[in-house]
Design a protein around this ligand. Structure first.
Ligand code: SF4
Ligand code: SF4
Length: 298
């Protein structure tokens, strides 16, 4: 099963929920010798799940893109490459072909269409993938190279690297998506069986929860559930929206100074406050019931 943990905005506690759910399930599975639990940090622009999990990384893989290199001595200035480039990354000036790297999406169209074979490709590193583990929990993350603005290819490669391409999975994959509702979140939700939406009970939290719920409704039609973090005052606005949208509220984590301090220290919630172990097991049971997956043993 693939569970993507998403939120319309940053700072809602998405990583807290993803890391604690994964860690709790891994501990339970360890004793039961069942198929592995994976935590995959897809927030490749600012991955921080590792700060809580402290994995030992074992394997790394570069993510590269193929950039066009114009061989000016072969170029006739015909302009075909400029016409086929949908991203305006090429231009002709005084008979010379100019290339604007920051606009290039590495689609390869110019290379394929150049009648003079004057465009070659050269690899450029745009990110790094890492995988490792902490105890029974398997962990992977992507890191976007500094200076690059397109995280989606890194997330796509990260998922391809870890998750087998088949309709049913024995392992459980918990994906910590980027905040927001842009392309990186869409990529993290692609192929997911369940979307776990983490929000906080404020007007801003509700606004962004609506955006991500709408994205899931329109684009993916997968089941979803809500976790209210910093729960307490103001839960009613989330409850009303959840009721209207028929999205179940699966868990609440209270607004608490002690929890905030544990987070600031880099402690997992379930390690700092063991009473949460059962709540995360219960959260997974509810998700399993909704998706029809086999539940963990008692
Ligand atoms: S298509 Fe090839 S030959 Fe034509 S302008 Fe572009 S690089 Fe030059
Ligand atoms: S690789 Fe694609 S995006 Fe980049 S310059 Fe060529 S046609 Fe344009």
């Amino acid at each position: 099963m693939i569970i993507t943990v998403a939120s319309g905005k940053g700072g809602t506690g998405k990583t807290t929920i993803a890391t604690n759910l994964a860690w709790t399930l891994a501990q339970k599975r360890e004793s039961e010798q069942e198929s592995p639990i994976w935590l995959i940090d897809c927030d490749v622009e600012a991955p921080n799940a590792a700060l809580f999990i402290h994995p030992i990384f074992e394997i790394e893989k570069k993510v590269e893109r193929q950039l066009p290199i114009i061989q000016q001595d072969l170029c006739t200035g015909c302009g075909v490459c400029v016409d086929v480039c949908e991203y305006n990354a090429l231009a002709i000036a005084r008979g010379k072909t100019l290339f604007f790297k920051d606009l290039c999406h590495a689609c390869g169209s110019c290379v394929l269409n150049c009648p003079e074979n004057a465009i070659q490709e050269s690899p450029e590193m745009i990110g790094l993938l890492q995988q490792g583990n902490r105890g029974a929990l398997k962990f992977a993350q992507g890191i976007l190279e500094i200076g690059f603005s397109s995280p989606t290819p890194i997330i796509r490669d990260l998922k391809k690297w870890i998750i087998p391409d088949k309709p049913q999975h024995e392992s459980t994959y918990i994906l910590d998506a980027s905040p927001g509702t842009a392309c990186p979140v869409v990529e993290s939700l692609r192929d997911a069986d369940f979307a776990l939406l983490v929000t906080e009970p404020t007007p801003f939290g509700l606004h962004d929860l609506k955006l991500v719920a709408e994205l899931i409704f329109k684009e993916f039609q997968i089941p979803s559930g809500i976790v209210i973090n910093k729960s307490g005052r103001g839960d009613e606005i989330i409850e009303q929206f959840a009721s209207e949208m028929k999205i179940p509220i699966l868990m609440r984590v209270p607004l608490s100074r002690d929890i905030a301090e544990a987070y600031a220290r880099g402690d997992l919630l379930v390690d700092a406050f063991p009473q949460y172990w059962d709540q995360f097991i219960d959260l997974y049971k509810k998700i399993s019931e909704i998706t029809g997956e086999r539940q963990p043993k008692q």
